[in-house]
Design a protein. Structure first.
Length: 272
């Protein structure tokens, strides 16, 4: 009996993976298959709606749409060709010290307020206050001899996509723009939310009871990071071609918080 259950579980997982669908306790993550290579000026909202239609789906109220930042950046023209970049002496010095691409370093410096570490890694505080390696400037999934920058204002980008989808469908949805980040205390990378709209950045559990009946005094969960991470196995980071994932059935908190509220101040951050 136990072996039969294990076999059925493997079959179920296989079916979910083959259809880009992941379920858990009523929550579904659905990868959109018909997303083309994005060019500057493309209407992401219209592309998402057409992809949904091709899969026989409609948006529903309280759907969460997780979008890889690369497609947002490309649509907004945040792609820089190598030949257009003049490398500064500072960028060349940092690149030579660690064996980095000088153009990559130069773009990271332009997109940063402060360089926190430039030996072996290039950790910076970006123009939006976010901390990332190379200021989030990415060579993967970029056109040949080009680099993809982060959206200039990811929260605003998310709100703009949300408004256009609401105008087109009348549905109240949430948007999360995601990026892959490393963590200073753990190996490997994970998808996080760098922009959001229509959903609180956090889920606040203060006042709720634990399983023993005790009242939680402090418990704040970064729900947009959790949701971005949930979408990543379907989204992938290579040539999967699924930069948009719909999360359906998750009961999220709404409010005024957005991704900009996640980044700790220098006084709070123990790793600065």
């Amino acid at each position: 009996m136990k072996l039969a259950k294990l076999w059925l579980r493997k079959v179920f997982i296989s079916i979910c993976e083959s259809s880009q669908l992941m379920t858990h306790q009523g929550v579904k993550c659905i990868g959109l298959r018909e997303i083309p290579v994005i060019e500057e000026g493309d209407d992401l909202s219209g592309i998402i709606l057409r992809a949904l239609d091709s899969q026989g789906m409609d948006l529903e109220d309280r759907d969460i749409i997780v979008i890889a930042h690369t497609v947002v950046s490309k649509a907004e023209g945040r792609v820089v060709t190598r030949g257009s970049v003049e490398v500064s002496e500072e960028a060349l010095r940092i690149a030579q010290k660690s064996g980095f691409d000088p153009v990559h370093v130069e773009l990271a410096l332009r997109e940063s307020r402060i360089v926190l570490r430039n030996s072996g890694v290039l950790i910076t505080e970006g123009l939006n206050g976010d901390l990332a390696n190379f200021a989030g400037v990415d060579k993967s999934n970029a056109p040949d001899d080009s680099f993809v920058l982060l959206p200039a204002n990811p929260d605003r980008s998310a709100e703009r996509i949300r408004e256009r989808l609401a105008e087109a469908t009348g549905k109240d949805v949430a948007i999360i723009i995601s990026d892959t980040r490393g963590r200073p205390w753990r190996r490997g990378t994970i998808n996080v939310g760098i922009g959001s709209a229509g959903i609180n950045a956090f889920r606040h559990n203060r006042g709720r009871k634990d399983i023993y009946g005790r009242t939680l005094q402090r418990s704040t969960v970064c729900q947009i990071d959790e949701l971005a991470a949930a979408a990543e196995p379907i989204m992938g980071q290579a040539n999967e071609g699924r930069p948009v994932v719909i999360i359906r059935g998750y009961l999220y908190e709404k409010g005024e918080e957005s991704a900009k509220d996640i980044v700790m101040s220098p006084q709070e951050n123990l790793f600065r």
